[in-house]
Design a protein around this ligand. Structure first.
Ligand SMILES: Nc1ncnc2c1ncn2[C@@H]1O[C@H](COP(=O)(O)OP(=O)(O)OP(=O)(O)O)[C@@H](O)[C@H]1O
Length: 766
């Protein structure tokens, strides 16, 4: 213990020194006064990089070092210290000593050298003699757990653990905080294989509740950022979750692993400029999420490209009335459509044809030879006439009527105002919005299900950004010109602290990692020192390096279209559980989701051990699932608590009071959730004035009040489920919702049911 404490203290001293250096670097560069633009840019880039490094160093304080592996033959370390064979300490980041050799002190958990820590078994020791888990509180080593991997090794340290899973079980039994924590100390072999799977292609991770899908997805993101730092730091990783509360719940995991450059978002947050504050009814979300909406929006747009009926008269200020007939407009429309460009970009082709036709008409009128000879106007006169037509406000207004420039908001608002032309009466009623048909602000409370529609509309419309693009190209040339100088400067001050790999190719990205000035210039646009994740958040057309989707079964077909556009490389990790699908728009099978994009070129990994829910609770939850699927096999719980769920049947009038009474029993503190049908939440909130509830509940509070959908992906020490039959009957996927609700507890489950409601579930009859 003393040896380990000494070593851990040394690591923290080194961490402090690195922080100090990074902090001083930020301060020194921030304080620099520069006048030349180039040096200003260099300064900003340095500040951004140093701040990122400082943030990462600050985030790894807790549990900096958590493991050790001793390699080599059994007789190498007869004194039990590991001397003789190689010994590596494993931690959240890699660190080297400040000596000439830059001796590795701490191995990053993601480095290949650390892998046996997670995979070695007595059967396949992978060269390990001993595996040690270090438990720390703050900077103090509080416990050691040793596992002997080489059965021929007779040395003993006194910390050998008879129960190899003691560290894992301690983690699983610890009181919850309302924030997910990382599992870096106890990643299990089946999880490790997924975390480190190759980064190309689409990987689906399927598993029941509590099998660690979310944990695996987040650690995989951290691993990929480590192993493919150069590609991914520039393109950023996107993590998609079902709702903001869930993103808050998982938001601290990646920073605690030293990774801050990841964008966490719901699909509803992925259309820059729109904040989806509205809510959909289940029916409207289902209709808006259907794949056929892509065709319907295209039809809506085609209908906005109108024709005169039968003619459009244009009152020209100078030349009197011009007439645009239906055939001419139809021909212009066809030409514009034939360009294959999106609507707004095809508009010039349409306008050109119309102006041409009107010019010919005018020339015919004013240049006609009264004696029947050829037209009296020469080509210069006609060109002049053409210009006048093109700049005429009346003509422009006419073109606008027939082929209007549209924003995505205008197109979608127009459709939602009158959906009846393209949907059945019932579906139209579900999605119809009142309000003005056009105008950028026609809708100010977009819903999450509108966002994929807006994205689809943006694709159909295109954006005329030719002016902006020309300006950007000019700027880029200028950036390349000075980037070479910046590179030289950056190389001299490279950051090496995170290194523990043999080849120095990844770790913290410094400017020098980027091999040429052109790419460097691309990465650091002028005066834009935002991280890749921040820039990605503001750019609808950003192509992410990798996308992780959690609760992937909840996304609609339209949401998948949006996500696939954000990831042209199709490097994705999707985790989910079709048995937990709650959203009516959600998909039932991975094949159905992925087929349109990658055919059958995707890999499926299944994980089958439930780390969250004790066996006694899982038995009740499985019975619920079996009402929908008699062959259902739940994941195997890794532990049992010996405590059966507390099921109470009470009179209707006592439902809320009984539930509230059950929240007072919280042995050991921790967090408790009451999960109830939405209609009962206000009444429960009145009974439980201190509970947090509503659209953005504070999950760190001792008692939280949720409906089943909100509870998805979350966990609590104790869960009280109210009116299970009503949850089941509450929606077409109500059985899944109840299954989700029942599987949220890590320790205790209470169920309060209305005795007057018949139940199909023997174990819930109380
Ligand atoms: N290897 C592990 N070591 C320690 N804890 C683990 C491990 N794997 C999973 N857990 C814990 O198990 C719990 C469930 O994990 P997680 O939330 O990732 O499961 P999930 O499969 O996403 O569940 P759900 O489908 O219900 O949302 C979490 O508390 C997580 O920290």
């Amino acid at each position: 213990m003393q040896d380990e404490q000494r070593f851990v203290s040394l690591l923290y001293a080194r961490l402090d020194a690195l922080r100090e250096r990074a902090g001083a670097a930020v301060e020194a560069t921030t304080g620099q006064v520069t006048t030349v633009r180039q040096s200003r840019v260099e300064r900003d880039i340095r500040v951004a990089e140093d701040s990122g490094l400082l943030a990462a160093l600050n985030a790894v304080e807790s549990g900096l070092c958590f493991g050790r592996i001793d390699l080599g033959p059994a007789d190498a370390g007869a004194d039990g210290t590991g001397a003789g064979g190689a010994t590596h300490h494993i931690g959240r980041i890699g660190m080297r000593a400040d000596d000439r050799e830059r001796t590795p002190l701490l191995i990053d958990w993601r480095a290949p050298v650390a892998r046996p820590f997670y995979l070695a078994t007595g059967h396949t020791p992978m060269g390990l003699r001993r595996r040690r888990h270090l438990t720390t509180r703050g900077r103090e080593v509080t416990a050691l757990h040793d596992e002997i991997m080489d059965l021929g090794d007779t040395t003993r340290t006194g910390h050998e653990d008879p129960d190899a899973d003691a560290v894992l079980l301690a983690a699983l039994n610890s009181a919850r905080t309302g924030r997910m924590s990382d599992i870096v100390q106890t990643i299990q072999a089946e999880q490790d294989r997924i975390i480190r799977a190759p980064y190309q292609g689409v990987r689906v991770v399927e598993g029941g509740p509590g099998t660690g899908k979310t944990a695996v997805a987040l650690h995989r993101a951290a691993y990929l950022l480590y192993a493919h730092r150069e590609q991914l730091a520039r393109r950023a990783v996107l993590i998609v979750g079902p709702n903001p509360a869930f993103l808050g719940y998982i938001g601290e995991v990646l920073p605690s692993l030293g990774e801050t450059g990841v964008l966490l978002a719901t699909v509803g947050e992925l259309f820059p400029g729109v904040v989806a504050t509205g809510t959909d009814t289940p029916a409207s979300a289902e209709v808006k999420g259907r794949a056929e909406m892509a065709r319907i929006l295209a039809e809506e747009l085609a209908a906005r490209q109108t024709l005169p009926d039968p003619v459009l008269e244009i009152a020209h200020e100078e030349y009197g009335t011009l007439t645009l007939d239906r055939d001419t407009a139809a021909e212009a429309r066809q030409r514009a459509r034939d360009t294959g460009e999106p609507h707004n970009l095809a508009r010039p082709a349409f306008a050109f044809r119309i102006i041409d036709a009107l010019t010919a008409q005018l020339a015919e009128r004013i240049g006609a030879d009264p004696l029947g000879g050829p037209n009296l106007l020469d080509p210069t006169d006609i060109a002049q006439l053409g210009k006048e037509i093109a700049t005429s406000p009346e003509v422009q207004a006419a073109i606008d009527t027939l082929w209007p420039t549209l924003t995505p908001q205008e197109l979608v608002a127009g459709f939602l105002a009158e959906p009846g032309d393209r949907l059945s009466a019932r579906d139209a009623a579900a999605v119809r919005r009142s309000g003005p048909r056009t105008g950028a602000d026609a809708i100010d409370d977009w819903t999450p299900a509108d966002v994929p529609l807006l994205d689809e509309a943006a694709e159909l419309l295109g954006e005329d950004d030719s002016v902006a693009r020309a300006a950007a190209a000019r700027e880029r040339q200028e950036r390349i010109a000075y980037a070479q100088g910046v590179l030289e400067l950056s190389y001299g001050s490279r950051t090496q602290e995170f290194e523990d790999k043999e080849d120095e190719d990844s770790e913290v990205l410094g400017a020098h990692d980027v091999i040429d000035a052109e790419r460097f210039a691309d990465r650091h646009e002028e005066a834009d020192t935002r991280s890749a994740a921040e820039r990605a958040a503001a750019d609808r057309t950003w192509a992410f390096g990798h996308i992780v989707v959690d609760e992937a079964q909840e996304l609609s077909a339209m949401a998948w279209r949006l996500l696939m556009r954000r990831c042209p490389s199709r490097s994705m990790t999707l985790v989910g559980d079709p048995a937990q699908t709650g959203d009516a728009a959600g998909c039932d099978s991975w094949r159905q989701i992925l087929g349109p994009y990658v055919g059958d070129r995707w890999e499926l990994s299944r994980i089958g051990v439930n780390y969250r829910t004790p066996a006694e609770i899982m038995a009740v939850a499985a019975e619920v699932r079996r009402t929908a699927d008699p062959d259902f096999e739940p994941p195997t719980s890794v532990r049992a608590t010996g405590q059966e769920p507390d099921v109470r049947s009470v009179e209707t009038s006592q439902l809320l009071r009984t539930a509230a009474g059950m929240t007072t029993v919280r042995p050991g503190g921790g967090r408790l959730a009451v999960i109830a049908p939405p209609a009962l939440l206000p009444g429960l909130a009145a009974e439980l004035p201190d509970a947090s509830w509503g659209s953005a509940p504070d999950l760190t509070r001792p008692v939280v009040l949720l409906d089943a959908r909100q509870a998805k992906g979350l966990e609590f020490d104790t869960v009280v489920v109210v009116a299970p039959e009503a949850i089941m009957a509450g929606s077409p996927r109500g059985t899944n919702d109840l299954y989700v609700a029942l599987t949220r507890a890590t320790q205790r489950l209470g169920v309060v049911r209305d005795a007057s409601v018949p139940s199909r579930l023997p174990s819930l009859r109380g």
